[in-house]
Design a protein around this ligand. Sequence first.
Ligand code: NAD
Ligand code: MG
Ligand code: MG
Ligand code: MG
Ligand code: MG
Ligand code: MG
Length: 328
Amino acid sequence: MKIYYEKDVNIDVLKDKTIAVIGYGSQGSAQAQNMAESGLNVVVGLRKGGNSWQTALDDGMKVLTMEEAAEVADVIHILIPDEIQAQVYEKSIKPGLKEGNTLSFSHGYNIHYQYIIPPENVNVTMIAPKGPGSTVRGQYLDGFGVPGLVAVHQDYTGNAHQVALAMGQGSGLTRAGVLETTFKEETETDLFGEQAVLCGGVTELIKAGFQTLVEAGYQPEVAYFETCHEVKLIVDLIYKKGFAGMWHDVSNTAEFGGLTRRERVITEESRKEMKEILKEIQNGKFAKEWALENQAGNPQLKRMRAIEDDLEIEKQGKKLRKLCGLEK
Ligand code: NAD
Ligand code: MG
Ligand code: MG
Ligand code: MG
Ligand code: MG
Ligand code: MG
């Protein structure tokens, strides 16, 4: 495993270069501000009149249209939602892409699944923070950084790797360490993580636990604290000290009960499904499904969002977070 820190990076490869950050959402606003405060020459490329335009101006960023930003930039860093990148690339970015430019991403999706096929005479790189935008910004302001991944898909100029690392340096990622990966590995592991464990797995586990207690007649408020609120406390322990540190900090009763029961929750069947989910990511089945969903105007996503909003655990959560002062 290769890992890069500040000492391995020469940020001067970006001296006199202009970086266009396309998009000013979660990652765009964080990475653009971090890189600008690290002394890099950053412009933000947005749709004229879009919601982010004024926000970026208020943050002191130089704002251009996406077409203008792509035209003036040496590095074009695409930080808009993955599912619209291909159409925005064709219309607003490709025309401004010149020989020796760098096309940069924070997720390998569109390159890996070939929704974007860049010309051969540009670099294609990835610098991806392993954390949400708000953390990328918050850690940077605190003098730290979140860890990141770096990958080079196409090295036209011969220094594509240093260009990507210098951007990571600007965002604060090399303070924590940047791991070498490939577009394929980053894309497939990222999708698997968010589907099976982080976003999909965790919510379904919480939901199932909550519903089991409520259906058995326990108070929903008590069920919420036990199966949802406390998840963070346990995960924080695992994050800081590993499984061993968490087991140490909980009671012996919790340790014995957890170790003897956990495989009845995540069963052989669940593991088989995890392998199936991974296969659908690897063979492109998931990407195809997501592309069709977008073409159709997101009917499934809208329906599932409505169902999710209507869950009892969400209603309880909203009420209890307010009472605890966690949410306004
Ligand atoms: P986001 O959803 O926060 O981006 C929204 C922004 O994109 C808007 O503010 C706007 O500026 C722009 N935008 C939206 N629709 C547009 C359109 N039709 N045309 C032009 N611009 C439009 O995106 P994000 O979550 O920051 O993701 C950006 C990239 O970073 C993705 O490749 C994503 O996979 C990657 N990434 C995200 C995270 C994360 O935590 N959010 C973490 C790692 C990597
Ligand atoms: Mg979202
Ligand atoms: Mg991820
Ligand atoms: Mg992701
Ligand atoms: Mg307990
Ligand atoms: Mg213990």
